[in-house]
Design a protein around this ligand. Structure first.
Ligand code: SAM
Ligand code: SF4
Length: 321
């Protein structure tokens, strides 16, 4: 698919649930959010149908996210069905890792191509403060299990904040001896993220260079995503930066997002897009849904306005990051 700015859209991120077993301070309020009713969440069969349609329009990469995707029952079954679609080359997962160890064997058997584990600290107390849950040990077990799996592309995502500053170097150091990409994702003013202080790429980079020496540019594990990869001397893995504010990448954005409720969101900041759920419920045929998708993609906003003070009101757990 091409949008009106001539960007190729070949990547779909799907939030399979708005629920989560953690309460990260920049994403979910302490008491949680009123969860969507079970009937309002897209059924797996609808997700598979939509993915077939997206595949026919040129989407080749799918990311399952949430909320916490592993908190939804039967996710490996969904992975298997999506991997079976012709021309879907990659089905990956973004998870907080709490349930990963127990579900990894099924996910691998289903053909999962890669996993991104979100982890902001290696310190149990800071983990409990940042996520409001005492689950660090389970996330670390999940990370170990993922790194032990053959043919699984493993990435670790950290959102740098003032609170986890002491963790930036230890987290990056995990990539020294493991084939792991540790990526620092600038906090975006989305949902609760708008009320927290962002730590820029430059601040993280200065700390990492003081510890590891110059970060030289590296090809990194994946093609044309927003991450810029670097490899310090002597590292097996790599360090990456996804810096939506200090190094905007909208001009080469290749993605759209499907929310847990079935809204096709064409830009992280804005409400623009199309509600696909009513079309599914009305029994629309594939051609009608294709046209709706193509119209929405054509009108994808050229860029966000986060740096000019723009915010996104919709919570990140509904959008999926
Ligand atoms: N629960 C899963 C997880 O944490 O990986 C998947 C959903 S979570 C919304 C996806 C990613 O979005 C996580 O890496 C999280 O750190 C990131 N995220 C959440 N809120 C953010 C914000 N305001 N700015 C930048 N990244 C954010
Ligand atoms: Fe849950 Fe992920 Fe949001 Fe944390 S970032 S509260 S793990 S959805």
């Amino acid at each position: 698919m091409l949008d009106s700015n001539q960007r190729v859209i070949d990547y779909l991120r799907i939030s399979v649930t708005d629920r989560c077993n953690l309460r990260c301070v920049y994403c979910m309020p302490e008491d949680g959010v009123p969860a969507l009713h079970h009937d309002d969440i897209l059924r797996y069969e609808d997700i598979v149908r939509l993915c077939r349609i997206f595949a026919s329009l040129g989407v080749s990469k799918i990311k399952l996210t949430g909320g916490e995707p592993l908190a939804r029952k039967g996710l490996s079954g969904l992975v298997k069905q999506l991997k079976a679609i012709d021309s879907i080359h990659s089905v990956t997962l973004t998870t907080n890792g709490v349930l990963l160890k127990e579900q990894l064997p099924d996910l691998l058997a289903a053909g999962l191509s890669g996993v991104n584990i979100s982890l902001d600290t290696l310190d149990a107390q800071r983990f409990a403060a940042l996520t409001r849950r005492d689950e660090l040990h389970r996330v670390l077990e999940g990370l170990d299990a993922a790194l032990s799996a053959e043919c699984l592309n493993v990435k670790l995502n950290c959102v740098p904040t003032a609170e986890n500053r002491p963790d930036w170097v230890p987290l990056a150091a995990l990539a020294k001896d493991a084939p792991l990409s540790v990526r620092f994702i600038e906090l975006m003013p989305v949902g609760l993220g708008a009320s927290l202080q962002r730590q820029d790429e430059a601040q993280v980079r200065a700390e990492l260079e003081a510890a590891f020496g110059p970060l030289s540019a590296s090809a990194g594990p994946s093609g044309n995503g927003p991450c810029r990869y670097f490899r310090p001397e002597g590292f097996t893995g790599s360090i990456g930066f996804i810096s939506a504010l200090s190094h905007t990448f909208c001009h080469r954005c290749n993605r759209v997002r499907l929310t847990a409720g079935g809204f096709l969101k064409t830009c992280l900041q804005y409400e623009t897009g199309v509600a696909l759920r009513p079309l599914l419920d009305a029994g629309s045929d594939d051609e009608v849904i294709k046209t709706a998708i193509l119209d929405a993609v054509r009108d994808k906003p050229a860029h966000h306005r986060f740096a000019e003070g723009g915010v996104a009101e919709q919570p990140m757990n509904e959008i999926g990051g």
